[in-house]
Design a protein around this ligand. Sequence first.
Ligand SMILES: *[C@@H]1O[C@H](CO)[C@@H](O)[C@H](O)[C@H]1NC(C)=O
Ligand SMILES: *[C@@H]1O[C@H](CO)[C@@H](O)[C@H](O)[C@H]1NC(C)=O
Ligand SMILES: *[C@@H]1O[C@H](CO)[C@@H](O)[C@H](O)[C@H]1NC(C)=O
Ligand SMILES: *[C@@H]1O[C@H](CO)[C@@H](O)[C@H](O)[C@H]1NC(C)=O
Ligand SMILES: *[C@@H]1O[C@H](CO)[C@@H](O)[C@H](O)[C@H]1NC(C)=O
Ligand SMILES: *[C@@H]1O[C@H](CO)[C@@H](O)[C@H](O)[C@H]1NC(C)=O
Ligand SMILES: *[C@@H]1O[C@H](CO)[C@@H](O)[C@H](O)[C@H]1NC(C)=O
Ligand SMILES: *[C@@H]1O[C@H](CO)[C@@H](O)[C@H](O)[C@H]1NC(C)=O
Ligand SMILES: *[C@@H]1O[C@H](CO)[C@@H](O)[C@H](O)[C@H]1NC(C)=O
Length: 619
Amino acid sequence: MISLRNSGIAFLILVANVQAAVSSTGFTVSLTDIDYFLPPKPVAIIAGCDQIKAAFADGPFVPFTVVKIADHCTLDVSSITAKYTEEDDVWQEGFLDALYVKGGSVCNISTTVITGTVSGELKPGPYFINAAGQVYEAWRLYSDVTGAFTESAIANGDGSYSVLPAGIMGQKLALAVPSRLYFEKTNAKPLAGVRIGIKDIYDIKGLRTSNGNRAWYWLYPPAMSTATPVQNLINAGAIIVGKMITSQFANGETATADWVDYHESFNPRGDGYQDTSSSSAGGGAGTAAYAWLDVSLGSDTGGSVRGPSQVQGLFGNRPSHDLVTLEHTMPMAPVLDTAGLIARDPLIWKAAAQAMYGSKFTASNTYPSSIKTLAWPTEADSVANKLLIDFLANVTDFLSANTTAYNVTASWETDNPTLEPLSAMMNLTYAILITKQQTALVRELFLKDYAAKYDGRTPFINPVPLARWSWGDNQTATLEEGIANKTAFMAWANSTFLTPSAESCSESLVMYVGSTGRTNYRNVYLDEPGVPLGWGNSRISIFSEAPDFVVPIGEAPYNSTITNHVEYLPVTANFMAAKGCDGMLFSLVSDMHEAGILKKALAGKSGVTGGETLYRRGL
Ligand SMILES: *[C@@H]1O[C@H](CO)[C@@H](O)[C@H](O)[C@H]1NC(C)=O
Ligand SMILES: *[C@@H]1O[C@H](CO)[C@@H](O)[C@H](O)[C@H]1NC(C)=O
Ligand SMILES: *[C@@H]1O[C@H](CO)[C@@H](O)[C@H](O)[C@H]1NC(C)=O
Ligand SMILES: *[C@@H]1O[C@H](CO)[C@@H](O)[C@H](O)[C@H]1NC(C)=O
Ligand SMILES: *[C@@H]1O[C@H](CO)[C@@H](O)[C@H](O)[C@H]1NC(C)=O
Ligand SMILES: *[C@@H]1O[C@H](CO)[C@@H](O)[C@H](O)[C@H]1NC(C)=O
Ligand SMILES: *[C@@H]1O[C@H](CO)[C@@H](O)[C@H](O)[C@H]1NC(C)=O
Ligand SMILES: *[C@@H]1O[C@H](CO)[C@@H](O)[C@H](O)[C@H]1NC(C)=O
Ligand SMILES: *[C@@H]1O[C@H](CO)[C@@H](O)[C@H](O)[C@H]1NC(C)=O
């Protein structure tokens, strides 16, 4: 009570015409040491719930659980506890303070049962109610301990997103995820409740985009539109958790040497100090680290989905080129750019791809009976090689396939004796395509807008994009020449080893080694940045526009110089097929998963056995 001199009475007067526009941005609460976010708008009102009135003496919200039961007296609190604990990371026993029972009345339980008239729909799961009877969803807050995100996000309910107004312990952003119990997947919403992170080169209406550059983040206003791949995921019911770390302008960067504007995310595998690869660095690290995150949307121009998936032991796809349009997305090289997904669970991965690629995802369950391998090991002289050999035997058996070794560069030389070898002809192609296109489409606009706003100044640009762009400026080779070389390679690949088939979509599956558990320590000082020249297996899909999928198959041991202990890093394999056969590959992966050949990757220190990454044990 405030006491005013000369007066025994205090007044709170509402003066309508000077009232400031205060709007709620939600609430944060802690329940038995777990932090929750309550979105600002109540989802229902329960009128007349007198049973819990006394509880509001302790705080503004009372946690409770909505349960649905078939009939009178069928409520069994212990089986609900077991089921909800198993299915959901948001629900906890603290929500048993009170129950709201749908579908029947209850008898004989000790928990307080809320009764009252509900307006609004209450799905089963955990909620908070206030003294006015307003019911709020429970979203659990997690710390981005691995540094995978650049910005948190929460849907405003009108198609736009805001930054989540919450923070928790962990020295990083807090991200919020809703209870999984609220959602039921349907044909219309196949991704209902699936939690997805978005690489920070895709616009999301209401949020700023950084493209991995701090000056860019502040120069441009929040996006007015959402990029098509993201919108397709949202339309299918996905929960967008936040924006994820990208190396700058999606150019390849390496930890310690290159990441000046933003720090590279931490790869949770092994000793926790291996490079994440790039550019979809946050997507790979976050998906590998967090069981609470299901999928990440990355992009792959020259390996930016495949690299992070390989070194973190995840399912990741570079799709056929043009499988989804890329409006409101930062271009690196539109002739090469693709939107790909990273996931631990091959079935969720496939469902997300189906939603994102829409009608271009042509599923088919008839598989090639020919496998061509590129530089596949033949001696089981290491743990990784043994895994790769066993895996190939498994796939060969599964498809009853005829498996043969194939040498792309040698076949090219045989078929094109008058042309230069691929290593020479395609040496500059990738670098020319990305530098010529990105300087024209991204750099010019950025420098002009920044100079106009800041009196002719230039913005900071990381060493890698700067070196690449300057190199591109010096080259006499043209974009058209690069496209012509790419087109020639694509036509040849399409007529030789990535050939379409009416029956099985692709004549052959083409397999190459993804990763073998090799170390790439992030605390090593490297040379100054260079230009991505040269030829290799990872370039094949880039130039041929074919799908190229990474699948995790196991892990291999190494002696860590960080921990002085044996640790394990992922071993992965890549599958390619003719352009447009993405649906066939997704089906093949899910069928091999069903057959027990491919397994879900786990979150944490190991994709095979899980476990907390060493530096955050106990969290
Ligand atoms: C209520 O529960 C108690 C103890 O669990 C049990 O002994 C009793 O039979 C139950 N009564 C009804 C009506 O189910
Ligand atoms: C091969 O398949 C079997 C199941 O048939 C599975 O247990 C094993 O892990 C697979 N090995 C590899 C390396 O894929
Ligand atoms: C397997 O494929 C190779 C190369 O494509 C071919 O020469 C060989 O005849 C095939 N073998 C069988 C049994 O189909
Ligand atoms: C493929 O052929 C090239 C010659 O074009 C040769 O240098 C290379 O070693 C071969 N690769 C493999 C894996 O046999
Ligand atoms: C690729 O290009 C670089 C830079 O021009 C050159 O140094 C290198 O020798 C070339 N490699 C091949 C195989 O042509
Ligand atoms: C294109 O191919 C020609 C012929 O092999 C080669 O000399 C040239 O460097 C290539 N240019 C690019 C940009 O790929
Ligand atoms: C571009 O060419 C200029 C002039 O020849 C040279 O000084 C500079 O080092 C070159 N830059 C790059 C990135 O190759
Ligand atoms: C591959 O060749 C077939 C004809 O054999 C053609 O229909 C298809 O468009 C070609 N695809 C690519 C990616 O060039
Ligand atoms: C680790 O180092 C020990 C001692 O040098 C060696 O015996 C062992 O084979 C190494 N393990 C691995 C996985 O490299």
